[in-house]
Ligand binder design. Structure first.
Ligand SMILES: Cc1ncc(COP(=O)(O)O)c(C=O)c1O
Length: 398
């Protein structure tokens, strides 16, 4: 008999915390505390502590967090910013919204995050500006001023290598940590564990409902150790005003609602436990799926701690396997089916097929399995069973 295993279970954690979450809402109703105030300040303080940063500034979404971090940190129109094409479009959108031009570096097999060797190779192939010494994009001639590694699926990019390259080429680093709340790695450079969001000039988090830490609506945050960046983001998120009706800059309506901040603060207390549960579920999948022919499992780099926002396998039989899983009641996702360099929205950049071979191969093979803290091992066994049969059938058919 078919089971019904959702790709994501957003109901259970909210029902478990219902009383506390409703209390947040009730308190806001009774005090009319909808914007700013203690709920926002408490969450910002607690999330900064969680990320081991000095500052956290709540904003309206992960996309706003990226954009405001770029603007506050100093990315300017006419500059080129390097990132990956295997990400949600918001990473590149925010670069474009800041007036800069995104360019894409290929990813590593296994972790599917930015390939630091490719980053170096590309930078070394670019000419230098004789005055500033900055590398100039081979595509546009723009100065390359920043790099945005994405900590994808819950695992951090190879930050030691990326930071080293960024230092060498004078690039600012902004982390897209939207999928990596609490991810860590042991830095050989610093000889200590570092947390996602604490390494670059600034970092962006999304609290979209399906994220490891999700709001009951839209929300995001910028983390940074630089008080000046935090100050600027605080101003930019609020129409450029340090004080009501005094506008220092042309800003945005990019504030984090107090109700969402209060909800996030309640959920933050449970995040480490949920991460442990996700990691345990990932280990169960690793074990159950390791013997299935034709499937590539996600690679957790040594001395890295993934928070398994997604559990992503790769197989050449992706489309038929996904159909079979759907028929058997198993929800799946594809992150992401079309890499950004091949999206119509970015056609103007002039990329074509074959430009990012690892990214393109990954997009054709990637499949995200059900993953959430409360997934049961029986459900995971069922997923593995169905997957195993589907793979056998697919391989026989080929
Ligand atoms: C890698 C990445 N960057 C940016 C974003 C944008 O976040 P939001 O949807 O909160 O704007 C997301 C969220 O989907 C994401 O996964």
């Amino acid at each position: 008999m078919n089971r019904n295993i959702p790709f994501l279970d957003l109901v259970t954690p909210h029902v478990e915390l219902e009383e506390e979450l409703v209390h947040v809402f009730r308190k806001a109703l009774h005090t009319a505390g909808f914007i700013g105030g203690a709920a926002l300040q408490n969450f910002e303080k607690n999330f900064a502590e969680f990320c081991q940063t000095n500052e956290c500034v709540g904003v309206a979404s992960g996309t706003d967090a990226l954009l405001l971090a770029f603007l506050a940190g100093g990315i300017h129109p006419g500059e080129t910013v390097l990132t990956v094409a295997n990400t949600f479009i918001a990473t590149a959108e925010a670069i474009t919204q800041a007036g800069a031009v995104p360019e894409f570096v290929d990813i590593e097999e296994g972790t599917y995050t930015m390939d630091a060797q490719e980053l170096r190779r590309y930078l070394e192939s670019c000419p230098s500006d004789p005055v500033t010494g900055k590398r100039l994009s081979r595509r546009t001639g723009n100065p390359i001023t920043a790099v945005v590694p994405v900590h994808l699926y819950g695992q951090m990019a190879d930050m030691d290598s990326i930071m080293e390259i960024a230092d060498e080429f004078g690039l600012q680093v902004y982390e897209d940590a939207c999928q990596a709340h609490g991810a860590k790695y042991f830095s050989q450079r610093e000889n200590r564990w570092l947390t996602a969001g604490s390494i670059g000039r600034a970092a962006a988090f999304s609290f979209y409902p399906g994220k490891n830490l999700g709001a009951c609506g839209e929300a995001g945050a910028v983390t940074t150790n630089d008080p000046e960046i935090a100050r600027k983001v605080r101003i930019l998120r609020d129409h450029g005003q340090p004080r009501k009706y005094f506008h220092e800059a042309i800003g945005y309506n990019g504030r984090l609602d107090s109700i969402q901040a209060g909800i996030l603060d309640v959920k933050l207390k449970h995040l480490s436990r949920w991460t442990e549960q996700r990691r345990a579920a990932a280990k169960v999948y690793d074990k159950l799926l390791s013997e299935i022919e034709g499937i590539f499992l996600p690679l957790e780099r040594e001395n890295f701690l993934s928070v398994y926002h997604l559990y992503v396998i790769h197989t050449r039989e992706r489309d038929s396997i996904q159909q079979k899983l759907t028929k058997k009641g198993i929800g799946t996702g594809i992150h992401y089916p079309v890499p950004l360099h091949l999206q119509p929205a970015y056609a103007f950049l002039g990329y074509g097929e074959g430009d990012l071979p690892v990214t393109e191969a990954s997009a054709a093979m990637t499949l995200s399995l059900p993953m959430y803290p409360n997934i049961s091992s029986q459900d995971q066994e069922y997923v593995a069973q169905v997957l195993s049969c589907a793979m056998e059938e697919a391989i026989v058919t080929v």
